[in-house]
Design a binder for this molecule. Sequence first.
Ligand code: ZN
Length: 224
Amino acid sequence: MKTPLAEAPTVPKTDGKDDTPVDHVAPDAEPAAPTAPPRIYQSACPALLSGQVEGKLLPPISDKQCGAQSPLSITGVLVNGKLVPVSGRVTTSCGVATALPAWIGAIDGYLFAKENTHVAELLVGTSYMCRNVNNGTSGNLSFHAFADALDIIGFKLADGRTVTVEAGWSDALSSEGRLLRFAHDAACAQFTTTLGPEANAEHRDHLHVDMGCHGKSCTARLCE
Ligand SMILES: [Zn+2]
């Protein structure tokens, strides 16, 4: 009777680079397998890459229900070939950042045509903030909670003036009042939401702009 063949001894696979036998290590002394940190997936922002906006990508924000995967820190906007500084330690989305150059460019064009001056600085109040709409204790989260909104306090002009919504809006016929109304209306063309002092008392001292989704296909705009 033929005995079954003994199993062939298994030959360890080798790539030929290292044939030296490995010293036996006691199981309890085995080093832990190295763990790679999980990859953080973020999106690049074309407005940043092209230099239309000056700033940098920030790490993802995750704070309760608030947050943003690819927030940006914005420090300047390229307007008619010049970098206009943005004050206020702005943290915002790529969508908002992308809308800024055309908006500030329109305001700059208005100022040059009407008053022979330029925008020297954009003054921003709140940008990212984990809070509800109108600071309510209940209700929907604001788009500020997703770094997708900015509150614009006003503008510094190249002629030395500082024009704020709080001080300049009330007199609609003044140079400042006209500029701020132009800025409000021009924002409506670039952002999906623009809310100024006429919207409600919460906005008496700033223009709120955001890239929130309105309508079934995100193409509706809110301009108040
Ligand atoms: Zn706001």
